[in-house]
Design a protein around this ligand. Structure first.
Ligand SMILES: *Cc1c(COP(=O)(O)O)cnc(C)c1O
Length: 421
């Protein structure tokens, strides 16, 4: 049985059917912005392996960090032990993070970092003698991960809440922000959230939101003023603000973090995806000193979470090398250039009959169609045209590695145009 055949029969892939699987391609190698298939084709990567591979594949400095660490030690438990890779990556994270972030919890995936953030918020209020503050408020169209608490704050429709209605915690949902990035902010946009805060703040532990770009829940790009108002509402009503920067972090939106568009600081912040430059899984939940102290007052006096592979030294060493690259700030010019080129080349898709809207911010380009696209058909067309783009539902979108060259980016944008035409 060939690898593809075995895979088709026995292996789950993200969001696919075991009965009717989508086409799947076998990778032989990846280098820079290229993914090589065993069938011989080379594809220009438009996805950065889901926001992660910002520096491109097989990067010499990330490879070196992994090699050096694997020869020292690959893992030790984090209970009672620490090591230089973890200290380094946490030091770098706090240097980069918005003002006020003082403490880092190293998690093993984005979803876990969201679980940790929600747990911190609930434990914080329980320890303040306010166990009644136990609900999370969030705008619709959000995406925060696939585990149960994270799922409870995903968009209730996209997140299939009806399927799990018996077990999912019922949270408080506000309408998704409507004012687009770059438009004039409409006061109406924040009214429903203000009303929700006024009527429910006594039971609200935290507001969780993806800063400026709502990712997998709809690829929506909204006005930073909305985020600024979220901060104010949280301050006025004693509610913690959790910013989920797992997709937006490390330069993707043209700023280092999405919150930088609004010049605010959250109380708790999640990062992941690009943290290791796409090499291995690692995420982090950062919080203020106030949250860290608040969580550990009273019973049980400790924060109740600790994954087996917490602070994995290999992942931390690579993350540290990736953050060092980010700190060289080439992403600023790179994402500016990508944004300029996306505006020049992708906006023409808006003229196509089946296209509803084109949205661009930083190194993110989104084409939304009126009807759900035929993923299998589009995927085949993209591979035939030498590009790797993975649409879902009504969204054909790209967030390429920052190192992509203009001619390579043109291949991505023209593949999208021709596939939709
Ligand atoms: C991808 C993502 C997550 C979940 O991260 P995983 O590593 O897939 O568990 C959470 N929040 C946002 C905003 C994401 O984009």
């Amino acid at each position: 049985m060939s690898n593809i055949e075995f895979d088709k029969r026995h292996i789950w892939h993200p969001y696919t059917s075991s009965v009717n699987p989508l086409p799947c391609y076998e990778v032989a190698g990846a280098q820079g912005v290229n993914i090589q298939l065993t069938s011989g084709e080379t594809l220009i990567d438009g996805m950065s392996s889901w926001w992660a591979a910002i520096h491109g594949y097989n990067h010499p400095r990330l490879n070196q960090a992994a090699h050096e660490q694997v020869d020292k030690f690959s893992h030790v438990m984090f209970g009672g032990l620490t090591h230089e890779p973890a200290v380094n990556v946490c030091r770098q994270l706090l240097d980069m993070a918005p003002a006020g972030m003082e403490r880092v919890f190293l998690a093993d995936s984005g979803s876990v970092s969201v679980e940790v953030a929600l747990k911190m918020a609930l434990q914080y209020w329980a320890c303040q003698g306010r166990p009644d503050k136990h609900k999370i408020v969030t705008p619709r169209n959000g995406y925060h991960g696939d585990t149960f608490a994270a799922m409870s704050v995903c968009d209730p429709v996209n997140g299939m809440h009806s399927l799990f209605s018996g077990v999912l915690t019922k949270q408080l949902f506000a309408p998704a922000p409507q004012t687009r990035f770059g438009q004039t902010f409409s006061e109406d946009d924040i009214l429903p959230l203000e009303e929700l805060f006024a009527s429910h703040h006594h039971e609200m532990a935290a507001l969780i939101i993806e800063p400026v770009v709502q990712g997998a829940g709809g690829m929506r790009i909204y006005h930073p003023e909305y985020l600024r108002r979220c901060r104010q509402l949280c301050d006025n009503y004693d509610v913690l603000l959790i910013c989920d920067e797992i997709a937006t972090g490390f330069g993707r939106t043209g700023k280092l973090f999405g919150v930088d568009h609004a010049q605010i600081s959250p109380d708790i912040m999640c990062v992941g995806k690009a943290l290791t430059g796409g090499y291995m899984t690692l995420a982090a939940t950062m919080c203020t000193e106030d949250v860290a102290l608040g969580v550990c007052q009273g019973e049980p006096g400790v924060f109740m979470h600790g994954p087996t592979y917490m602070g994995n030294p290999l992942a931390c060493a690579v993350a540290s090398a990736s953050l060092a690259l980010v700190s060289e700030n080439h992403w600023q010019q790179q994402t500016r250039d990508i944004e300029t080129q996306l505006k020049a080349e992708l906006l023409r898709c808006a003229q196509l009959e089946q296209v509803k809207e084109v949205r661009i911010l930083g190194a993110i380009g989104v084409v939304e169609t009126h009807q759900p696209v035929d993923v299998a058909r589009l995927q085949r067309s993209f591979v035939k045209n030498g590009v790797w783009i993975r649409p879902f539902n009504k969204l054909v979108y790209i967030m390429p590695p920052y190192i992509i060259q203009p001619d390579e980016l043109s291949q991505l944008t023209s593949a999208i145009y021709h596939a939709l035409k």
